[in-house]
Write a protein that binds this ligand. Structure first.
Ligand SMILES: [Zn+2]
Length: 121
């Protein structure tokens, strides 16, 4: 983890989504597997506008250096918004359906506000 602010954002997203330690392990296993394995964790329960929250959370945990605050606030809760570089799970790249791009999040709501595709295969 590069700095405290990024760790704080990452921890808050984990807390808001309500994942247990075991779910975090399973989500990371799924995210980092190059074969498509069965998802053995529950879904977050929050609406996912662009990608499943499990994949977004794993992207945040696995790419902590790519988290930054931006100069905009959430229209719903007023919290400062965050930009991440989202990267879809490893198996999606192997199966030629990988996606990567900039995603704007409200970590507090939590809400996926915007996604701009930069790279796909
Ligand atoms: Zn919000």
């Amino acid at each position: 983890m590069k700095n405290e602010q990024q760790k704080k954002i990452s921890d808050k997203l984990t807390k808001q989504l309500g994942y247990t330690e075991q779910e975090i392990v399973n989500i990371n296993k799924y995210y980092n597997s190059s074969d498509r394995i069965n998802r053995d964790f529950r879904h977050s329960g929050y609406p996912a506008d662009y990608f499943p929250w499990e994949d977004v959370a794993a992207s945040v945990w696995n790419n902590p250096d790519d988290i930054t605050y931006i100069d905009k606030e959430c229209r719903v809760c007023g919290e400062q918004l965050v930009k991440i570089k989202f990267k879809s799970p490893q198996w999606t790249w192997r199966q030629l359906c990988g996606r990567a791009g900039n995603m704007i999040l409200c970590v507090n709501c939590p809400c996926q506000i915007q996604f701009k595709l930069i790279f796909m295969n």
